[in-house]
Each structure stands twice: as C-alpha cells, then as structure tokens.
Design a protein around this ligand. Structure first.
Ligand code: HDL
Ligand code: ZN
Length: 410
C-alpha cells in the first residue's frame, strides 16, 4: 500500500531535526539549573495551576511542602482523582510513553525509582535523541541570581545549547533596575542623565558577548506602546534597537503577558491580555534595519500578527506561546500562518522548563504541524501541484528552525 501524502509528511516532519528557538532549559554544564524527572514535571507551573482547581489546600501550605510532596499532591489531584485530559497532563503521559514507561502500571514511587536509575548526561542524550532536537535556545538572564554566577565564572559550552539574552527587568522595571546596574559598575541615572544610554548599551554589549547570544528577548504587558513617552519606549529606541543593529541581534518581543494576576500561585500566577500590535507595527515600520521576532500570548492577537508579518519582512512570527500551546490553537494558528505566510514563519517553540517536556511538546507539535502542512499540500495537489519528498523536506527544515536561523543570520 503506497504511503498517503499525510503519511509522507508525518514521516518527513518526524525525521527533521528541530531548532527549538525558546526554552527555559540550560546547558548541561549548568547542571543544577537543568531540571528533569517526574517530580519536576509534576510541579511544572502549568500543572500546579490546574491542580489548585482540584485542591482545597491553602496556597502557603502547598508552597511549604517539599517538591516530592507537591508532586504527590498534583499527581493525586490530576491523575488519580481526575482523568489527565488537559494538554499539560497529557504531556506527562506522552513523555513517559516515549521513554518506554506505562504510566498506568507505575505509581509515583515506581516512577521515581525508574528516573533514579538515570545519570543526567545519559538522560539528556536520550531525550534529545528521541525528540530529534538539533539545537535548544536557552533563556539567559543577567538578572537571574542563580544563573549569572555561572556565566561570570564561565563553563565549557555544549554547542547544542545556544543562548538568548533576556532583559525584561531592564525594560519593564526601569528605573528600579538602575540601582542594580549601578551596583555592577554601569553609570546609569533613573532619568537618563549623563551617560545612561551609552552605559545601558555597554551592559547589553557585555552580556551579548558573554553569552554569545543569538537574539535579545523581552516579554511585554498588554499595555506596551511604542512610540510613547515612557522609559521602556526610550530604552528601546535609544539603547535596545541600536545595540541590536550594531551586534547583529534580532529583537524578540513576547507580547500580552499579565504578570502576577494571582501572586499566590507564584510562577503559575501569570495571565494573558490582548496586546496592542500597533506598537509592533510602528517598530517594524520605523526600523527596517532591525529584525523582530514576535509571539503573542492572546488568541485574539494571532490574525493581526500574521497580517503584520505580511507587511514587514523584518518581522518573523514564531511559536504558539504558553496558553496558545494547545492542539486546538496550534492547529488554528499554524493553518492561519500557512495560508497567509506560506512557510515564512516558525510554527513552534517548546518553552520547556523541564528537559522531559521536549519529548511531548515536540511529539504533539510535530504531529499537528505535519497535519496542517499536509492539508496545504493536498490543496496544492488538487490544483495540479504535486509535491516531492525533497520539497516536503525542504519546507519542513525551514519551518523547524531553518528559516529562523537564516533570519537571524541576515
Ligand atoms: O516569559 C516567558 O518566557 C514565558 O514563557 C514564561 O516563562 C512562562 O512562565 C512559561 O514558561 N510559559 O510557557
Ligand atoms: Zn518562556
């Protein structure tokens, strides 16, 4: 029985290594920060927020519990007392299955014993191999007290783990960040006096060099506007964008996040709001020599983002971020993008915080991306344009990071 077009595309998408453009994973040399294993998966903030809906435990009692106790509470709430039907719960099932574990025949102690049998480096290789990962882009913040010392002392880099300079506090928490910069020898002033702008650029240049970063990234609230009479607008115009042009860095904007909607949930407490993409439109129009990556957290922003990308070739939409990383919305957004942009975008990033999550995030997304792409090929074939395996392989390579790597190298 010859392969159907769907089967060919699924096979070729599975066989194409992916360059994961945004994760919260770390180079294995920063071993203590690279999370893996069943407990880390269960206390992932996506699951914590879902578990709290099924528990009466006071927030502080949960946070005071050990990681193992928290994991047991999540497991009992979402896998024992209820069926694991959410995407984050299904993710754990997929990851365990891909590791050869039957989740129905293993309770949490048995799962822990299985993971305890692995050495970190061997587990990393196993996960990267199964997930068919070409490279992983980290999220590297000089403002992270745990991470920064590793960069300051230096470590031997694993070339598969590339860096991205994350600078939210610089842009969204000015002037509070001034003090932090001054403490580290940058002569900055809350009201931009003296050498503030050149000193901010020196800070950006120092860390771009230290990380050998691929791009600069910031997440922005729905209220973000540009241009505007705000500190963030001035920092972007006078420091961020000139820095990116001088150092060949794209500027990645993650738009529409509402931080700490429910602070009692800690990292799980962030929410979503519709961003004003007029800001992105103005940035792309005013700075044709800058390259912008963008992803939006709100479903309502997705069509507008795609239409903006049609207008500005210096704008590269990427990913189904966070609350849009569900089968229904990945299908909707990827189809929208294919129908309006062809293959000139990057459909997904994992945003993985725990290494094991690469297994499910990429298994689930590859299947959907292949399904959406196959439907576009079917439409082309119906109009007299059959596609070859080589063409499918070329297009898939572009979608799974090849196009973005080219965009970043421009
Ligand atoms: O700001 C971000 O990079 C987000 O991805 C947050 O880290 C968020 O907590 C997350 O992990 N989403 O998937
Ligand atoms: Zn992220």
């Amino acid at each position: 029985m010859p392969e159907s077009l769907q089967q060919r595309v699924q096979r070729l998408v599975r066989a194409t290594p992916v360059h994961d453009i945004h994760t919260h994973l770390y180079d294995p040399s920063i071993g203590s920060l690279l999370l893996w294993g069943i407990d880390e998966q269960l206390v992932y903030h996506y699951l914590v927020s879902e578990a709290f809906r099924q528990m009466d435990i006071p927030y502080e009692r949960f946070w005071a519990a050990s990681k193992e106790e928290q994991a047991q509470l999540v497991w009992d709430a979402l896998f024992v007392r209820h069926s694991p039907v959410s995407e984050a719960c299904r993710g754990i099932l997929t990851s365990l299955n891909l590791l050869g574990i039957d989740p129905r025949r293993n309770d949490l102690p048995a799962l822990r014993r299985w993971f305890a049998g692995w050495k970190p480096d061997a587990f990393i290789e196993r996960v990267l191999d199964i997930s068919n990962i070409g490279s992983i882009c980290m999220t590297n913040s000089p403002f992270d007290e745990e991470e920064r010392p590793h960069w300051e002392t230096g470590f031997s880099r694993d070339p598969r783990f590339v860096a991205a300079l994350r600078i939210d506090p610089l842009l969204v928490a000015w002037p509070a960040t001034c003090h932090w910069l001054k403490e580290r020898g940058y002569a900055v002033d809350p009201v931009f006096g003296g050498q503030t702008i050149s000193e901010v650029r020196r800070f950006l240049a120092d860390w771009t060099q230290c990380l050998d970063s691929r791009y600069c990234m910031v997440s922005l609230p729905p209220s973000f506007a540009w241009p505007a009479a705000t500190d963030i607008s001035r920092l972007i115009s006078e420091a961020m964008l000139p820095h990116c042009r001088e150092h060949g860095q794209a500027f990645a904007l993650m738009m529409g996040v509402k931080r700490a909607v429910n602070p009692l949930l800690r990292m799980a407490g962030d929410g979503v709001g519709r961003a004003d993409l007029e800001a992105l439109q103005n940035l792309c129009a005013a700075h044709p020599d800058n390259r912008f990556l963008a992803t939006c957290l709100s479903r309502e922003n997705q069509h507008e983002l795609v239409v903006l990308a049609r207008k500005f070739r210096n704008l590269h939409p990427f990913g189904c971020w966070w609350f849009t990383n569900t089968p229904q919305l990945i299908t909707e957004i990827t189809t929208l993008r294919l129908e309006l942009l062809g293959t000139a975008f990057t459909p997904q990033h994992s945003d993985a915080r725990v290494l094991d999550q690469l297994l499910y995030k990429w298994a689930h997304s590859r299947q959907i991306i292949a399904d959406c792409l196959a439907r576009r090929y079917e439409a082309a074939e119906l109009s007299g344009w059959p596609v070859s395996d080589d063409e499918i392989r070329r297009d898939t390579t572009e979608l799974l990071g090849g196009g973005l790597n080219r965009f970043l190298e421009r």
